[in-house]
Design a protein around this ligand. Structure first.
Ligand code: 2HA
Ligand code: ZN
Length: 264
């Protein structure tokens, strides 16, 4: 019984906690957003060889580096507000099989994974191949951050990173790698995944033009915190603009001093 595995259930609880935050923040209208977390390290040998609930389902593109890995993934069409309450009714554990060319559903119910699964897996595959300690891919729709991507001058990674960093010291500290930007692509496509992967070589957080944000990392709470801090910066910026002035922002010197003080 998968629910007897305490470390696994603790991780599932953290996923549910974050799903609740995404809903409360207003970042997860209808079925907006999706989450995948590599939980292989938390499973026993016996659990890793459990009998699957489905036959193998082919993947559009192979993910060789993920062969044998197991992920919790939110379900297609499922709402974050319900993932928060019942993660195993709105998501499932899937195992990657056949050398990375397919997957099957392992537990707890045969819930079909998010439409973004092929792109999440390509990202996990890329990150694992590059030796990064990344368990989590988190995608969500923060209103303020999407708003910024509707204005061409902000669709510049360096400029937007500098703007958001300069609104509050925490942003420079919590998102030290800055943000990547992917020009508009149709949601759920491999074109979107490949464009995102290019950005992931330099950034842990990527903005998708007129769509949303994607964060990768070792820990799901850290991924949420990074997006939340960027959102706070965007709110400070928009509040100042709405009050009729351009915020000064921290100076380059102040930002550099932070990098030195926090060894970023
Ligand atoms: O899962 O957010 O990008 C719904 C989406 C697709
Ligand atoms: Zn989306």
């Amino acid at each position: 019984m998968i629910r007897d595995n305490k470390p696994l259930m603790a991780e599932i609880d953290r996923i549910a906690e974050v799903a609740g935050y995404l809903w409360e923040k207003g970042w997860a209208e209808r079925n907006g957003g999706n989450i995948s977390v590599n939980i292989t390290r938390l499973l026993t040998a016996e659990e890793l060889s459990m009998t699957p609930l489905t036959t193998d389902i082919a993947l559009e593109e192979p993910v060789e580096a993920l062969n044998g890995q197991v992920f919790y993934v939110t379900g297609t069409g499922k709402r974050m507000r319900y993932v928060a309450k019942a993660p195993f009714c709105h998501g499932a554990l899937i195992g990657i099989t056949a050398g990375g060319t397919s997957y099957h559903i392992l537990a707890e119910k045969p819930i079909a994974p998010t439409s973004e699964l092929p792109s999440h897996l390509l990202m996990h595959n890329y990150l694992r191949t590059s030796g990064r300690q990344t368990n989590v891919v988190l995608h969500t729709h923060p209103t303020d951050l999407i708003g910024l991507t509707h204005c061409t001058p902000y669709l510049d990674s360096e400029k937007l990173t500098r703007l958001l960093w300069s609104m509050i010291p925490e942003c420079r500290i919590v998102v030290p790698g800055g943000i990547g930007i992917v020009p508009y692509e149709i949601p759920g496509t491999l074109a979107l995944a490949h464009a995102t992967i290019k950005q992931l070589s330099r950034n842990d957080v990527v903005f998708w033009e007129k769509h949303g944000v994607l964060a990768v990392g070792e820990d799901i709470i850290d991924c949420f915190d990074a997006i939340d801090t960027l959102s706070k910066s965007a709110q400070i910026y928009f509040s100042a603009r709405a009050a009729g002035y351009e915020p000064e922002g921290m100076t380059n010197r102040q930002l550099d001093d932070l990098a030195e003080a926090f060894r970023l």
